[in-house]
Design a protein around this ligand. Structure first.
Ligand code: ATP
Ligand code: MG
Length: 359
């Protein structure tokens, strides 16, 4: 299979007066699994449609292996699109669904059989080739849709939320199958989703999109551990990160918000003075929020609700007019109505200033 790298440079798109994508630039390397992650309506499908040639850009370039494709018609672009609604032909067998694009290209029958057979074995649907789509489960239909893309041997695969129609447990299974498939095919994949867990598990590279702009681009670990701004901080990770708006003291590296007080001298070691008196946002993940002793406490909080998930517990806390969430092990002793002392490790804090990460 021929694989290619994809390069998108300064890509923009508007629908009428509405700017949907603004100056989008990123690359997907040969054989890389790149996930475009963003909330509903942020322009993900539009971006894939631009790459496939189904929409025309307002500006910018799209290249495969250094060759511009943005001026080519869709059928000349050598990309395969797997849609969210599998869009299978109901009256055709699985075999004919998968063979369809090859027949359009007038490939010899022998090669069609060989390609469909190989893809079907890879996807473990070789026993279902004579069935019609309505005789298949959701997961099998999904595999046929993927198989239809594989037989084309494209330079790059575009996946538009392919798992969103499946129930939660099947989604988890298919997620692992897709990762396995990618390992076997070594194909270049641009995959979009609004599900951060899917992005974290599948993406070798993640591009976070919001309001038509790239918010952050990096590995799942970089995006989780060093989110570039408060949007990424909240969007990635479940349950969501606590974000606390407050202000730094004028004279000391102490952050205050309501009844909460955090010593940031460790976190802001190189020059807190530049932020003296300034508004900051402090982020802390629920698993990093600890129940401590009175002396090192950041705040006192009341336990309002405890959600017991079996493996761990989500503790909803009220701290003055703020709601915070802590995630504690199942065996932790904590009771509703209890007043606890909150603390945490300074090096686990995320600090944001004017919408950007400070540390
Ligand atoms: N053909 C169109 N004409 C006008 N506006 C459009 C068109 N297609 C999309 N839009 C608008 O562009 C924005 C981005 O749409 P897009 O389908 O790319 O979002 P998305 O990120 O794929 O969302 P979802 O996760 O819900 O699928 C939306 O505000 C949408 O209403
Ligand atoms: Mg979409």
């Amino acid at each position: 299979m021929t694989i290619a790298s994809l390069s998108i440079q300064n890509l923009s798109k508007s629908f009428g007066a509405a700017k949907v994508l603004e100056e989008i630039s990123f690359e997907v390397a040969d054989g890389e699994f790149c996930v475009l992650l963003g909330p509903s309506g942020c322009g993900k499908t539009t971006l894939l449609r631009l790459v496939a040639g189904l929409e025309e850009a307002a500006g910018g370039t799209i290249s495969l292996d250094g060759q511009r494709i943005d001026d080519l018609p869709p059928q000349k672009r050598d990309v395969a699109f797997v849609f969210q609604s599998y869009a299978l032909y109901p009256h055709m067998s699985v075999f004919e669904n998968m063979a369809f694009s090859l027949r359009l290209r007038r490939l010899p029958e022998r090669e069609i059989r060989q390609r469909v057979g190989e893809a079907a074995r890879l996807l473990e649907i070789d026993g279902q080739l004579e069935r019609k789509p309505q005789e298949l489960s959701g997961g099998q239909r999904q595999r046929v849709a993927v198989g239809r893309a594989i037989v084309r041997q494209p330079k790059i695969f575009l996946f538009d939320e392919p798992l969103s129609n499946l129930d939660a447990s099947l989604r988890g299974t298919m997620r692992v199958e897709l990762a396995r498939l990618h390992r076997k095919l070594r194909a270049t994949i641009l995959y979009i989703t609004h599900d951060q867990a899917e992005a974290m598990t599948l993406g070798e590279k993640i591009v976070v999109l919001h309001e038509g702009r790239i918010q952050q681009l990096g590995s799942s670990s970089a995006i989780y551990h060093r989110p570039a701004n408060p949007f990424v901080a909240r969007f990635v990770g479940s349950p969501q990160m606590n974000l606390i708006e407050g202000r730094l003291d004028e004279k000391r590296a102490v952050f205050r918000s309501g009844g909460l007080e955090i010593d940031l001298s460790g976190a802001l070691s190189e020059g807190w003075e530049g932020y003296a008196g300034e508004a900051l946002t402090v982020g802390i993940r629920p698993e990093e929020l600890l129940f401590g002793g009175r002396d090192d406490a950041w705040a006192r909080a009341e336990v309002e609700i405890i959600e017991d998930l079996g493996s761990d517990r989500f503790v909803h806390l009220r701290c003055a007019d703020m709601e915070l969430l802590a995630r504690v092990p199942a065996h932790a002793t904590v009771n509703r109505g209890e007043i606890i002392h909150l603390t945490g490790k300074p090096d686990r804090l995320h600090l944001f200033y004017q919408g950007k990460r400070l540390r």
